[in-house]
Design a protein around this ligand. Structure first.
Ligand code: PLP
Length: 398
């Protein structure tokens, strides 16, 4: 028998990280790989935020921090939620964590009992399912349709809820699809949730700022269910601060206290310097994000034009985030020049890595086996080159 626990043996390695590893192996051989597998802004963290971190170091922000985060940061987050999202929270409702990832994990561990059902809207972000598994919950995947931009509908949700349903998880703007729920869509989902008082929702809004259609709606704005919504957000995407590891959740005092307790036994408060940088980020408002969003939109438009010339890719127009998520199933059953038959999106991802030297992620990682995810967080030149190569490689399949 293995020295490892059943818990860790059952856990999957993140496929986005696995793909990046394969890409690095090719790069180590001197091959010019264009890596579109990462969910990471290619921008440097804005200078005013880096300056605040340097200053914090010199001012002695080098000690343990309060478990739920510095009070002034939590207050600034509550103010942001009020100002930008019309959500009424106090500092005591906020828990700052080591990335939105830890905020999500804290909430799942705090809410899910073994055997509880967790409805995960698919295509989903890779870690949701594994967090549910760690909490010994049962994940129930609900897949949106291509025709509806992969957005799960209220009718689908109603049909999936059972007396055992404890939690629903989704992201909007969505990683991997870039879909953004509209107010009427969220209102319809909220009505369903309102009818089932045992159900809570993790609303992952980490891509809030990277939105090309305009209105961002927080599910917690619907008063009838506000106390059952946990809003997740953070600094990684909007402020290009992935490495700093600061995210947060907003919830009722009861749930926030539970997440704080969880965090107190696992990691304690997140990094002091990173928290001071996050506070500065919020004080600087959204203008640095707006500059980056303009670039993401330009790249999306450029890539969509190129992709329109690729036969067999069915690609909805993303409303936000920095990915395109084509349905590539038209290529299943085709044969590569070396005789290998492409039967899955993973096969196609591997073919594109080896032939086009472009790394992307199979939709299987996101619960959407007909699709692939390409990040558009790369320079215009590299992105353009990537899709020129992809088109040429796909033309070799027969
Ligand atoms: N939620 C979604 C949908 C994401 O795509 C990511 C990052 O890839 C996260 C959460 C985690 O972000 P953080 O860097 O704040 O942990």
């Amino acid at each position: 028998s293995s020295v490892l626990s059943d818990r860790i043996s059952a856990l999957q390695e993140s496929q986005t990280i696995a793909m990046a590893k394969k890409a690095r192996e090719l790069m180590a051989q001197g091959i010019d790989v264009i890596n579109l597998s990462f969910g990471e802004p290619d921008f440097q963290t804005p200078e005013y935020i880096r300056d605040a971190a340097k200053q914090a170091l010199d001012e002695g922000y080098t000690k343990y921090t309060p478990v739920p985060g510095y009070l002034d940061l939590r207050q600034a987050i509550a103010d942001k939620l009020q100002r930008e999202n019309q959500l009424d929270y106090k500092a005591e409702n906020i828990v700052v964590s080591t990335g939105a990832k830890q905020a999500l994990a804290n909430a799942v561990m705090s809410l899910v009992n073994p055997g509880d059902e967790v409805i995960v809207f698919a295509p989903y972000w890779v870690s949701y399912e594994e967090m549910v598994r760690l909490a010994e919950g049962v994940s129930v995947t609900l897949l949106g349709t291509l025709e509806n931009d992969y957005k799960v509908t209220a009718t689908q949700l109603e049909a999936a809820i059972t007396p055992r349903t404890k939690l629903i998880m989704y992201s909007s703007p969505c990683n991997p699809t870039g879909s953004v729920f509209t107010r009427p869509e969220l209102s319809a989902l909220a009505e369903v949730v309102a009818r089932h008082p045992q159900v809570h929702v993790l609303a992952d809004e980490i891509y809030e700022y990277i939105n090309f259609v305009g209105e961002h709606v927080s599910l917690a704005q619907f008063d009838a269910i506000k106390d059952r919504v946990i809003t997740i957000n953070g600094f990684s995407k909007g402020y290009a601060m992935t490495g700093w590891r600061v995210g947060y959740l907003a919830a009722t005092r009861e749930i926030a206290a539970a997440c704080e307790k969880m965090q107190s036994q696992i990691t304690s408060g997140t990094c002091s310097v990173a928290q001071r940088a996050a506070l500065a980020a919020l004080q600087g408002g959204r203008s640095s994000a707006d500059t980056m969003v303009a670039a993401y939109r330009r790249r999306r438009d450029m890539v969509l034009e190129q992709v329109a010339e690729i036969p067999g890719f069915k690609t909805p127009t993303p409303s936000g985030a920095f990915y395109i998520f084509p349905d590539v199933s038209a290529y299943f059953g085709q044969t590569a020049p070396n005789g290998v038959v492409i039967t899955t999106a993973s096969d196609l991802a591997l073919f594109l890595l080896n032939d086009a030297h472009v790394a992307a992620v199979t939709g299987e990682a996101f619960g959407a086996p007909n699709c692939m995810r390409f990040s558009t967080a790369a320079s215009d030149e590299r992105l353009h080159e990537a899709f020129v190569r992809i088109k040429a490689s796909l033309a070799k399949l027969v």
